[in-house]
Design a protein around this ligand. Structure first.
Ligand code: LLP
Length: 419
């Protein structure tokens, strides 16, 4: 793979020097590799192919850029969406409505109607009342909503607590023990075709055991529902596979995941649905930044870069680890902190870590930033919204422009009575 590599002592994305993109587009900037997106998508798809009837929906919250969605749609991926905005993006990128799954704990009536009118493939229901409202909205329009019930299997995913979703105390899904009764209730409603079960226990999972435990519980539920006469044709197994952020971290391979899924689902006779996000997008992007200053610290020097927590929020939010590397390393290393300019103590990307010895004016990257990077960016401190670039071979395109403070101010107003 030649997607992120050192050529003549400097970091390239495919055949383009990152320094050239930084010079032409400015920093900070997210840079993605088409080749890496395709390789990740194909590895996942090809590993799961032996499972038979499968449906792949990229969890677009991980990277909703339209170019990325189009690239993945070309690889056969539908979309898992969690808002009307994400649905609009998936449709705009050309994802077929039937390949869209609508997840999310708080869908509004307006969003449900939008999904119904677009003819999306599946609504993942989070509560009984949502099913009743959806059924009524569909019946009023002479439509039938295809839906799955999202269950909470009460399994500890073994990941950071802020990205765990499958424990009983989490807000997601319905208690799995209550599912049979809920199926009895919702299964009869005109306007609703409750054809499946959905489960998703968390993100950045580095072990398969919690997923397998959750799938076994879903298998028992499936048997129970069928014994009661319900027709279940789809099971949505969610996303969750982790990626390697730290040196030496080894996430499960798509093949190992597929083998576990095959074992856990062997007699199910359903269409299996998947909602991968991070495993497709994480390794496909970096955040390129320029070193502004190296400020002496009380203990370690502070490398102050022009990217900040508003551009990449994961470290501030989840104490996440992102590799930091010079674009043109000089072979020297030092122990330092790396921080952004935002006025918050939590705007620190790296704490007391050995990194490439960089100086003011050098370019560097925060690695593995293709998932939950640009999509979680904000304009806090009135910083511009960070742009995104997609590389393919020796060409690149700015697939999201930098939105300046002036452009953001243009959407604001001062009322007459203050003028
Ligand atoms: N399906 C559902 C219902 C989800 O809630 C999620 C992620 C996924 C699929 C995709 O999961 P993945 O394959 O990417 O693990 N912002 C956090 C991650 C939040 C994940 C939320 N749900 C982070 O930066 O780590």
């Amino acid at each position: 793979m030649t997607d992120f590599s050192m050529i003549d002592g400097e970091l390239h994305v495919e055949s383009l020097p990152l320094a050239r993109i930084a010079a032409e587009v400015g920093t900070p900037v997210y840079v993605y590799s088409t080749e890496r997106f395709q390789a990740n998508a194909r590895a996942f798809r090809d590993a799961l192919k032996p499972l038979g009837r499968i449906h792949l929906a990229f969890a677009i919250k991980a990277n909703p850029n339209l170019a990325v969605l189009k690239l993945l749609a070309n690889e056969g991926f539908g979309a898992d969406v969690v808002s009307g905005g994400e649905m609009a993006r998936a449709l705009a990128a050309g994802v077929a409505p039937k390949d869209i799954v609508f997840s999310g704990v708080g869908k509004t009536r307006r969003e449900l109607v939008k999904g119904l009118e677009a003819g999306i493939g599946q609504f993942n229901l989070e509560l009984v009342e949502e099913g009743e409202v959806l059924a009524a909205l569909a019946a009023e329009r002479g439509l039938t909503a295809r839906a799955a019930l999202r269950v909470n299997p009460d399994v500890d995913a073994g990941t950071h607590e802020k990205i765990s979703t499958g424990k009983a105390e989490n807000k997601f899904g319905l208690p799995i023990g209550e599912a049979p009764e809920i199926f009895d209730r919702l299964g009869k409603l005109p306007g609703l075709d409750l054809h499946g079960i959905a489960v998703h226990i968390g993100s950045q999972l580095l072990g398969l055991a919690p997923l397998e435990a959750a799938f076994e519980r879903v298998g028992r539920l499936l048997a129970e529902l069928r014994a009661k006469g319900h027709t279940i044709t789809h099971v949505d197994l969610g996303g969750g596979l982790g990626v390697a952020y730290r040196p030496g971290e080894v996430p499960p391979s798509p093949e190992a995941y597929a083998e576990m899924v095959a074992r856990a689902t062997k007699d199910w006779d359903v269409e299996l649905m998947f909602e991968p996000g991070r495993t497709i997008a994480g390794s496909a992007g970096v955040l390129v930044t320029e070193v502004l200053w190296v400020k002496p610290g009380q203990v370690y020097p502070w490398v102050v870069v022009d990217a900040a927590m508003n551009d990449l929020a994961r470290v501030a939010l989840y104490d996440a680890y992102h590799g930091f590397a010079a674009v043109k390393p000089n072979g020297e290393r030092f122990v330092a902190n790396v921080a952004g300019p935002v006025c918050e103590s939590t705007d620190v990307f790296v704490k007391a870590r050995e990194i490439d010895a960089v100086k003011a004016g050098d370019l560097a990257v925060l690695e593995t930033a293709g998932a939950y990077g640009a999509t979680m960016a904000s304009t806090y401190n009135s910083r511009p919204l960070v742009p995104e670039v997609l590389v393919s071979g020796d060409r690149y395109a700015i697939v999201a422009g930098r939105i300046s403070a002036e452009e953001i101010m243009a959407a604001e107003d001062v009322p007459d009575w203050l003028k």
